[in-house]
Write a protein that binds this ligand. Structure first.
Ligand SMILES: [Fe+2]
Ligand SMILES: [Fe+2]
Length: 352
């Protein structure tokens, strides 16, 4: 299976997954062979990505992501509840709990833990999308680490509300595209303690979940905020959310910078394990999410195109790949390369 943009569709390609519009309307079923007129019609729809069968000799399996429907419902409801909570109305809290329960049951129903991250996260409406993404990622990571359902619920709730304190921060500062002054940065940093105090004053969440809100910017080397806690002094749930929070934040376009590429974000997590992030949890993160999913089209530093053939759990940014070449008669498959053995070649772009 290969994921491509709709602009790259050609007649005769067979769909490996159904295509939905952004409004979740089914356009065409899985298994259909595309015809010219349909491809033309597709131009009128907002469709993010399309999965096609790549080569029948290589049946590549991917897991369905968190169903788009659940994600949209969660986001809409969360948007309503977020402001009411901030205005100290805790009647909405039950709804938030139900949302987390719904995501959790989807995560627990999935037998396999390999989740495609591009399906977990998306980009508009930053704070809400971000909160929902972090909630999903954190529960999946928590599951991989082996936490019980009860604990996953606590992780999910804390993760969904981890940035609730931002409602108390001036929007101008949050959206500022220039460099922040020390004072402004200090103001942003206070979203951790503000959020913690808010949920405490409303008597919401257990202390374990509240610690996620307070401690998700602590670093294991003691250089984070608000308290400069070190290693195990930081609640494990907050250490989980710290990874998911950074992962999602860096892979999203922001007003002040472009999204980082997947490989750069992954390299960043690896580079800062033991300093910012808990090393064991980073390892669990890399292993539970297939960063370079099989079937994904990539571009190498040498300019060649390739397809990921086998994800490498020990070196997630260096999978087994197969070089492909575009020629007049179509795409030709070339040699297989094990990127752990080839040091002068690096993945510079992942098409997703
Ligand atoms: Fe935060
Ligand atoms: Fe965040």
């Amino acid at each position: 299976m290969l994921r491509i943009r709709k602009e790259s569709l050609k007649p005769g390609m067979r769909l490996a997954k159904p295509i939905f519009t952004e409004e979740d309307q089914l356009l065409i079923h899985k298994g259909e062979v595309l015809k010219g007129p349909f491809i033309d019609r597709m131009k009128n729809y907002e469709v993010k990505e399309v999965y096609i069968d790549w080569h029948h000799k290589y049946p590549l399996e991917i897991m369905e992501g968190i169903i788009q429907d659940t994600r949209n419902q969660v986001k809409e409801q969360f948007k309503k509840s977020f402001h009411r909570l901030a205005e100290k109305e805790n009647t909405e809290f039950k709804k938030i709990e139900n949302l987390v329960e719904e995501i959790l049951s989807e995560i627990l129903d999935n037998k396999k833990l390999l989740i495609d991250l591009t399906e977990v996260r998306s980009t508009d409406n930053y704070t809400f999308e971000h909160s929902v993404n972090v909630c999903i990622l954190a529960m999946i990571l928590g599951k991989a680490i082996g936490y019980s359902k009860k604990n996953l619920r606590k992780i999910g709730l804390g993760a969904l509300l981890h940035d609730i304190g931002k409602v108390g921060v001036d929007e101008e500062i949050l959206k500022k595209s220039q460099r922040l002054t020390d004072g402004e940065y200090g103001e942003i940093k206070r979203h951790t303690t503000k959020g913690y105090e808010l949920v405490k004053s409303l008597d919401l969440l257990c202390e374990d979940s509240r610690r996620i809100i307070r401690d998700h910017h602590e670093w294991v080397n003691g250089k984070g905020y608000p308290k400069g806690l070190r290693g195990k002094e930081i609640h494990p749930f907050a250490r989980i959310v710290a990874i998911c929070d950074q992962f999602d934040a860096l892979s999203t376009d922001r007003v002040y910078r472009k999204a980082w590429s997947f490989s750069d974000v992954v390299e960043y997590l690896i580079a800062y394990q033991g300093e910012i992030f808990d090393s064991n949890f980073v390892q669990a993160f890399l292993q539970s999410f297939e960063i370079y999913l099989e079937g994904r089209l990539i571009e190498l530093s040498s300019g060649k195109s390739a397809v990921v053939r086998k994800f490498n759990r020990s070196f997630p940014t260096r999978p087994m790949i197969q070089i492909i070449q575009k020629e007049a008669k179509g795409i030709i498959e070339r040699e297989f390369l094990d990127l752990t053995k080839i040091h002068n070649e690096k993945i510079i772009k992942v098409y997703h």
